[in-house]
Design a protein around this ligand. Structure first.
Ligand SMILES: C[S@@+](CC[C@H](N)C(=O)[O-])C[C@H]1O[C@@H](n2cnc3c(N)ncnc32)[C@H](O)[C@@H]1O
Length: 283
């Protein structure tokens, strides 16, 4: 089972540090700002993320959806205290979060990537190679299509025993259906597919968080066959496809014969061959 962190999430250690560290001043300002919630995660979820990062000491953390950087601040603060690790945060607009991270003096630990995560995450791995992720916090595009795209882009890059955490898993409360759909797929994945330990927590935040720890790597349980491949699979099983295959084979063969005839070496070889056969007849 997933390692669960005990209550209370706001530790004594943190309460003491509250007054001194620059990042805590920014966290306090954002917590007091009514515009921060409910778009940002509840402070108890942020604290949970902080505690998890402190405990598992990740080298690479991904965040999909940073908004003003409330969850980002908590994870970055934990990385700073760990003394190692990097957080890469993706959002359609990273401006405000980036300013807040700068103000908190945490820029050394965070890289922001602006754009649609279903594109930018794939691009990240094309640019940086296949670095494995220890922890992903998914709180970006909550639609079904968006969540599936994010998961598909990330699946191959998460370490075994790594965590994927979804926010907003209770559609009846938050009205988003994507995180629930993905979570249900992960819970019921069959053998040969990647297996996750999934724990749902409603007690930390009413919208719920789903904590998924990868226990074994396999095929992506959400893999969807792309449309062109699906079309060709359908065609392969039909008579039309066999007729098409014969037609294309014929066309290829005709082209092959034309090419042979237009090749001067083959042309010369044919003349010699014909001449030889005539000579043979003559003899
Ligand atoms: C709920 S907010 C994130 C809150 C943040 N995790 C926090 O707790 O402080 C969702 C964010 O996802 C971003 N988002 C939505 N669709 C996205 C997409 N396709 N790609 C990247 N970011 C997206 C939005 O711009 C928004 O800032």
């Amino acid at each position: 089972m997933c390692e669960l962190l005990p209550f209370p999430y706001i530790s004594q250690e943190n309460l003491q540090r509250e007054q001194t560290e620059p990042e805590n001043a920014v966290i306090r300002r954002l917590t007091a700002d009514p515009k921060s919630f409910p778009a940002s995660v509840h402070p108890s979820v942020a604290e949970y993320l902080y505690q998890l990062v402190r405990r598992i000491k990740p080298a690479l953390v991904f965040e999909i959806g940073c908004y003003i950087g409330f969850s980002t601040l908590h994870m970055a603060r934990a990385l700073k205290e760990n003394g190692s690790g990097r957080l890469v945060s993706f959002d359609l607009n990273t401006g405000v979060a980036s300013d807040n991270i700068k103000e908190a003096c945490l820029s050394d630990h965070v890289e922001f990537i602006q754009g649609n995560s279903s594109v930018t995450v794939k691009q990240y791995f094309l640019d940086h190679g296949d670095g494995k992720i220890d922890l992903v916090f998914i709180d970006g595009d909550h639609t079904r299509r968006g969540c599936v795209a994010d998961f598909n882009a990330l699946h191959d890059h998460v370490k075994k025993d790594g965590y994927i955490i979804f926010h907003d898993i209770y559609p009846e409360r938050c009205r988003w259906k994507g995180p629930r759909l993905v979570l249900d797929y992960l819970k019921t994945a069959k053998t040969f597919f990647t297996q996750f330990d999934v724990v749902e927590r409603a007690d930390i935040d009413a919208f719920g968080i789903g904590i998924c720890r990868m226990v074994s790597q396999g095929k992506n349980p959400l893999i969807v066959i792309p449309w062109p491949k699906r079309m060709s699979l359908c065609l392969k099983t039909s008579r039309v496809s066999r007729w098409l295959e014969l037609k294309t084979f014929d066309a290829h063969y005709e082209r092959y014969l034309d090419q042979r005839q237009s090749n001067p070496l083959i042309f010369l070889f044919n003349i010699i061959l014909r001449g030889c056969s005539k000579f043979g007849k003559f003899l």
